[in-house]
Ligand binder design. Structure first.
Ligand SMILES: Nc1ncnc2c1ncn2[C@@H]1O[C@H](COP(=O)(O)OP(=O)(O)OP(=O)(O)O)[C@@H](O)[C@H]1O
Ligand SMILES: [Mg+2]
Length: 272
């Protein structure tokens, strides 16, 4: 798959013919830790399709160690497809995916997970017939470098609400509790990068707030995060960088304030 030339880390390159594009020139758009920070995940020139529908049109996307990225865009713009294309769940027709510099473009989802990338998908990914404890324990493993910072006790301390439900079956949990369990399962794998797709969707405001606090804690623990959520305010509060997708193209990559300070961009790209 030598169909794509790797681009150096750093700000996204401008592409010709993409008139609506705006890419930040400021250093603040660099990954946390500066341009030399290790790239955990790097997608270059991704083109993905469902059947004949061309969804991603040459997307570049990268995440450095410890970085928090808010991936934004209106419904149906390709956010989930981009995530799946980097995780082996959708096969890009063109472009490359690297994990820690290693080409994993055609790798299977479990291999990408083993490389330290955890995914909390839209909807919930728990085992309804297993208890909370069983769901967590069966997900446990050391991180890529043998780290075991996140174990059963730490997950319990982070999600006291789950502690009260430890012997309940997954199916007996509320929507918010199931979401917490899904995130807890992801943490049990000791990932370097946690990808959250609509983690607060459909949750009552108080529960959503708890989830945001937990995401904040995870971010502070040094795990890199990619957050997709309709609550743009909450996303941009946490993010080091915002990336906006419109119709399968990256139209903005910069700091959250560069986006929020620009009403015209907020309106044009996000409809707010
Ligand atoms: N399995 C599929 N088969 C065919 N088309 C699909 C499939 N999944 C998504 N699409 C289409 O691909 C486009 C991008 O969808 P995607 O789910 O990536 O968008 P999104 O930005 O995540 O949207 P949302 O905010 O609603 O989750 C949409 O037009 C959608 O209808
Ligand atoms: Mg989606």
């Amino acid at each position: 798959m030598a169909n794509n030339v790797g681009l150096p880390p750093g700000p996204l390159p401008a592409e010709g013919g993409d008139a609506g594009s705006l890419r930040s020139q400021s250093n603040a758009a660099q990954p946390r830790g500066g341009p030399s920070a290790e790239l955990l995940l790097e997608a270059t020139g991704l083109h993905s399709y469902y059947g004949v529908s061309h969804i991603l049109h040459g997307v570049d996307f990268s995440v450095a160690r410890g970085e928090c990225i808010g991936l934004m865009g209106r419904n149906g713009m390709g956010k989930t497809t981009l995530l799946k294309s980097m995780l082996g769940l959708v096969r890009p027709k063109q472009g490359s995916v690297r994990v820690r510099g290693r080409d994993m473009t055609q790798a299977a989802p479990h291999a990408i997970a083993r490389a330290g990338i955890a995914y909390v998908p839209e909807g919930r990914g728990i085992f309804p017939n297993l208890t909370v404890r069983e769901n967590l324990v069966m997900a446990a493993r050391a991180g890529v470098d043998g780290r075991k910072e996140w174990d059963f006790e730490r997950v319990m301390a982070t999600f006291p609400r789950l502690g009260e439900r430890i012997n309940n079956g997954g199916a007996q949990l509320s929507g918010g509790e199931q979401q917490m369990l899904t995130i807890g399962r992801a943490l049990m794998t000791n990932p370097d990068l946690l990808i959250l797709d609509e983690a607060t969707e459909g949750l009552a405001p108080l529960i959503a707030k708890e989830i945001w606090n937990i995401i904040r804690t995870i971010r502070a623990s040094g795990i890199a995060t990619v957050i997709v959520d309709k609550n743009y305010g909450a996303v941009m509060n946490l993010a080091d960088r915002s990336v906006v997708i419109v119709k399968g193209r990256v139209v903005f990559a910069g700091t959250p304030s560069e986006l929020t300070d620009n009403e015209e961009l907020m309106h044009r790209f996000l409809g707010v």
